[in-house]
Structures are given as structure tokens and as C-alpha cells.
Design a protein around this ligand. Structure first.
Ligand code: HEM
Length: 407
């Protein structure tokens, strides 16, 4: 939203704006960008008192968010990185998963898995990935219509994570179904049930791989020692779950949000179609900035600190609104324009500092593969009904994007 539009939005206080950001409905049917724009200008470091959620410092400007993410010793991830209602208590993954570890444990875990996401390993995977993207888009074109979210954007990332985790081919249809339901099913109960099935599955898989290691990431996690002891099976399960969730949900949202942004701007689509190899690199970065699917990240102050001139006390929670950082006019020229040639584009959609997304290169490879196949195979594309957005404070983006395709 532009500065002029923000100025004409109904007047509310910064506290009220922040409260609205905590309501999933704002992200489904409202305009969170208008709220973020106003907060960036008026109260970029704001204390929001406890309610359904604990009290927290709300950060909306790029600079403070970047500072917090880069300083993991002052701003710890160990007790959780997402806002949780007070009634739910602490995150069960606290100091157990890669994303939620204090610096020493984090270094150990990240060292164990990082090689899997390194360019050398990704090159090995790249042909298979291109072939999968080719098939997924071909099937959609043959059908003539698809929900881009569940029919295309959800499929490739699950296949890829399954390959990394060494999930046998025969089990993959179940994983694809449970993962799609865990994110896209209509009711919260259906989503929770699907998620429990995933956790159960990983429990059994982790036990099998500990007894009989293979050449996959589950075996690597099952063999990691922290403080001289192997990771408990529950920790292996939570880490696998994080990889599946982080590695599928965000890619799905970036791909589908990027596709919608392109379809709404025929000139940008044409630019990508006619000069794919030249423009794909900057286009993918712009899609990541634009979609910023991880809506917020939480940290807990491990010591007193001063942030944007405000006194933060040890134990305080800090919430970083990533989409807001990525529209900060102090860092991005014309931030509300989607421009696939944008450069520089140092967005924070993949985080920053020690917890910077370990799957970042993989994510870009996947987005590139699907876009390339779309450009190659699809001649005509039109909406087949209105897209719907998710009602979530955790991840933002599309729940459905119905399209009609001609090859
Ligand atoms: C468009 C796609 C993606 C987006 C937007 C995204 C976003 C992020 C962000 C913002 C973080 C930082 C979390 C923090 O600082 O607390 C992160 C970390 C992480 N991501 Fe991604 N991610 C994506 C794709 C992936 C993929 C493909 C994988 C793996 C298959 C993955 C696995 C992880 C893991 C394990 C972490 C934790 C890293 C650590 O704490 O050291 N992500 N991601």
C-alpha cells in the first residue's frame, strides 16, 4: 500500500493496529500492509501488552529486525520462534530443533545438516527436480485447469523433502496427502489430525534409521551427538517435522504468491517469458520479498538491550514482522511495486544471521524449476475463480489459486 493510501486508512492507535495483526482474519481478508506501513512510521518499536498472547516488542522496520536476527546471543530462539497463545505455554520444540536452539547446540546441529543443502548436493538433485517440475506442470496443462496451490506449488516441495529424508516411494502419496491436509484442509481439526499422522510416521522412520542407517537426512539426524549423547528420537522427529513444514509450506506460498503477482501484471509475466534465463535470478528474489511468507519471527531477550532507542529487558519477547521489513521504504525503492528486475534486493524473507534459512538455495531452485516449466509449457493462463488467502498470523499467502491453463 502506498504512503498516500496509508494516510487515508481509518485512524486507529498503534496498539489497535498491532492487535489487528494478531488476528488471522486480517491476513486473510484485510490489509496488513497498511497497518505495517503506519506502525513503521509511528511506532516502529512498540510494546504490546499481554492478552491472548504474551506481551512483546513489535518491530516493523528493517533495521531493528535485521539487528535482532543477526544477534542470536542477545535475542535467543531457544524458547520458540512463533507467537503462541499464553494458554498453550512454551513451544515443545524449545532447544530441541535446529531453528529453536541456543548458539552452541545450534552450531552442532546446523553443522550436521548443512552439507545436505550445500550447492554440491543440490547439483546432484537438480536434474530430478527439473524432471519432476516438468511432469507436474504437464499434468496440470493436460487437465486444463488446476488449483495452482495444491496441484503444483504444494507437490514439488513435498517430493523434494521426501527425497532428502529418504522416504520410500510407496509412502510418498500418504506424505503428500497429509502435508497438503496439514496446511490446506478446511478445518483446524483436519489440519491437526493430518499433522499427527506426519509425526507418527517420522517416529517410526527415525527408529528404523537409527537401527539401520541409510544415505539420507533422517539417518544423519539419528546419528548426531549433542553433549556426547545421541539426539533422542523425539528430537529427530521434531527436526524432520520442521524440515517438512519449513521446506514445503514456505516454498508453496512463495511459488503461488509469485504466480499470482505475475498474472496480475502481464508486462512482468511477458518479461519473464521472453527473457527467462536473464531475469529469473532477480525475479525469484523479488517473489521472495513480495510474498514474505514467514509473517513473523519471535526472539526472547537473553539480556538487557537497547533497541531503536527503547529499553528491552532480559526475558522480553520480540516479534519481527518480516513482510513489513521487506516493504520498508528506507531499504527498498518503491517498495510496494512488484519488479522482477529489482536490484539490489536484500530482503529478509529467508531471515538473517545464524538462523538464516538453511534451505534457501533449495527453495530458489524449486521456484526456478516450476517457473521455467510454466514459461515453457503454458501458452494461456486465466483465473478460474477468485483466489483465497490463509487466515494465519504465522504464514501468509494463498490457500487456493484456481487457474485455467492452455498448452
Ligand atoms: C520460500 C521458501 C522459504 C522461506 C520463505 C523460508 C523462510 C525461513 C526463515 C525466515 C527462516 C529463519 C528462521 C529464524 O530465523 O528463526 C528459515 C529457517 C529455516 N528454514 Fe527456511 N524458508 C524457506 C524454504 C526452506 C526449505 C526448502 C527448507 C528445507 C527443506 C527450509 C528449512 C529451514 C530450516 C531447517 C530453518 C532453520 C535454520 C536454522 O535455524 O539454522 N526452509 N526459513
Amino acid at each position: 500500500m502506498s504512503a498516500t493510501a496509508a494516510a487515508h486508512a481509518p485512524r486507529t492507535t498503534a496498539q489497535e493496529d498491532t492487535a489487528r495483526l494478531l488476528d488471522g482474519e486480517t491476513h486473510r481478508s484485510g490489509d496488513p500492509y497498511a497497518l505495517w506501513a503506519r506502525l513503521r512510521e509511528q511506532e516502529p518499536v512498540l510494546w504490546h501488552g499481554p492478552g491472548e498472547f504474551p506481551g512483546f516488542w513489535s518491530l516493523t522496520r528493517y533495521d531493528e529486525i535485521d539487528e535482532v536476527l543477526r544477534d542470536a546471543r542477545t535475542y535467543s530462539s531457544a524458547s520458540g520462534i512463533l507467537l503462541r497463545p499464553r494458554a498453550q505455554g512454551d513451544d515443545p520444540g524449545g532447544n530441541r530443533t535446529l531453528a529453536l536452539s541456543e548458539p552452541e547446540r545450534h552450531r552442532r546441529l546446523r553443522g550436521a545438516v548443512a552439507g545436505w543443502f550445500a550447492p554440491r548436493n543440490l547439483r546432484r538433485l537438480s536434474d530430478a527436480l527439473d524432471a519432476q517440475a516438468e511432469r507436474i506442470v504437464r499434468d496440470a496443462v493436460a487437465a486444463g485447469r488446476t488449483d495452482f496451490v495444491t496441484g503444483i506449488a504444494a507437490v514439488l516441495p513435498v517430493e523434494v523433502v521426501c527425497t532428502f529424508l529418504g522416504i520410500p516411494e510407496r509412502d510418498r502419496p500418504d506424505i503428500v496427502e497429509w502435508t497438503t491436509d496439514a496446511f490446506c484442509a478446511g478445518t483446524a481439526t483436519e489440519r491437526t489430525l493430518a499433522h499427527l499422522q506426519i509425526l507418527d510416521y517420522f517416529g517410526e522412520l527415525a527408529e528404523r534409521r537409527r537401527a539401520q542407517p541409510g544415505d539420507d537426512l533422517v539417518s544423519v539426524l539419528a546419528a548426531v551427538h549433542v553433549d556426547g549423547r545421541p539426539l533422542p528420537v523425539e528430537d529427530v522427529v521434531l527436526n524432520c517435522d520442521n524440515l517438512l513444514v519449513g521446506g514445503t509450506e514456505n516454498v508453496r506460498l512463495a511459488m503461488s504468491g509469485g504466480m499470482l503477482a505475475l498474472l496480475e501484471r502481464p508486462a512482468q509475466w511477458e518479461l519473464l517469458r521472453t527473457g527467462f534465463e536473464e531475469v529469473a535470478g532477480t525475479a525469484i528474489e523479488e517473489i521472495l520479498r513480495w510474498t514474505s511468507s514467514a509473517t513473523h519471527l519471535v526472539r526472547r531477550a537473553a539480556r538487557d538491550a537497547v533497541l531503536g532507542g527503547r529499553q528491552v529487558r532480559e526475558g522480553d519477547l520480540v516479534v519481527c514482522w518480516l513482510p513489513s521489513a521487506n516493504r520498508d521504504p528506507a531499504h527498498f525503492a518503491d517498495p510496494d511495486a512488484f519488479d522482477i528486475r529489482r536490484t539490489p534486493n536484500r530482503h529478509l524473507a529467508l531471515g538473517a544471521g545464524p538462523h538464516y534459512c538453511v534451505g534457501s538455495q533449495l527453495a530458489k531452485l524449486e521456484i526456478r524449476a516450476v517457473l521455467r516449466e510454466f514459461v515453457r509449457q503454458v501458452r494461456g493462463v486465466e483465473p478460474d475463480g477468485p483466489p483465497e488467502r490463509l487466515d494465519s498470523v504465522v504464514v501468509g499467502g494463498l490457500r487456493t489459486l484456481p487457474l485455467r491453463l492452455t498448452g
